[in-house]
Ligand binder design. Structure first.
Ligand SMILES: Nc1nc2c(ncn2[C@@H]2O[C@H](COP(=O)(O)OP(=O)(O)OP(=O)(O)O)[C@@H](O)[C@H]2O)c(=O)[nH]1
Ligand SMILES: [Zn+2]
Length: 221
């Protein structure tokens, strides 16, 4: 019998995808509490019929259930509080720039639900009390916000704003460079176009010299 997307999926399954986004520990509730997999399955079956396909043919029988599981995973960030990612901070005598470059970003644009993909570069200057966060937490933050229906501008500023709020740093800079499949696969059909967005806060915003230094590290070419 065909496996249903609504069946329990084991310890490593959908139940824990949202929890894994935060810290790899099983702290989240079951996906079924908040994602209606059966409803997604039904909708995908309707879409297949509407585009002129036969959802009962061999290759498509499992597709609605697969798409439901895929969407649960792709939108897992809707069920995670991003602030939890930054609950671990450390004291450090470092009051200069900390920058993580080339963090892989994959998200879905909220206009077409098609992917956009590229790199995130995140830098911050710790505040006077010198609190820093784990480097991996910056990548986790990208992941939580990216696994939601997004526009690149909001994704960029959400990351910057939460870092400002939770780390109270002197400044933050977030730059995203992405290619949007909605511009490549359909519509204007221009592949290769890179959209660059930035969100700059605090001293990095106010002081052109610090901002230029950070930008030179982020976009050296
Ligand atoms: N600013 C911004 N626009 C985006 C993003 N992702 C997709 N878009 C754009 O959203 C717009 C939606 O425009 P509409 O005219 O409502 O939709 P459309 O007819 O599908 O537009 P075309 O893509 O031009 O065919 C398009 O111009 C997309 O390129 C994003 O992350 N940020
Ligand atoms: Zn789009």
């Amino acid at each position: 019998m065909a496996a249903s997307a609504t069946e329990p999926d084991g310890d490593d399954g959908l139940d824990y995808i949202a929890a894994r986004l935060i810290n790899g520990k099983l702290t989240g509730g079951p996906v079924e509490e908040t994602v209606d997999l059966a409803r997604i399955e039904k909708a995908v079956r309707e879409i297949l019929i509407a585009v002129g396909e036969n959802p009962d043919r061999d290759g498509l029988q499992q597709t609605p259930a697969r798409v439901a599981r895929a969407y649960a995973e792709l939108f897992a960030g809707l069920r995670v509080d991003p602030a939890q990612v930054l609950s671990t901070t450390f004291e450090a005598n470092h009051e200069e720039l900390v920058l993580v470059r080339d963090i892989d970003v994959m998200s879905l644009c909220e206009h077409h639900l098609l992917p956009f993909r590229g790199s995130a570069h995140i830098g911050y200057i710790p505040g006077p009390d010198g609190r820093i966060t784990g480097l991996s937490k910056l990548a986790r933050l990208v992941e939580v916000y990216a696994r939601r229906p997004q526009v690149q501008e909001r994704l960029t500023s959400q990351i910057a704003d939460l870092l400002m709020e939770k780390l109270a740093p002197r400044g933050v800079i977030v730059v995203l460079e992405c290619e949007h499949m909605c511009m490549a696969m359909r519509g204007i059909q221009k592949s290769g176009a890179q959209t660059i967005t930035s969100a700059v806060r605090g001293t990095l915003q106010r002081d052109p010299k610090s901002r230029a230094e950070a930008m030179a590290l982020i976009l050296p070419r």
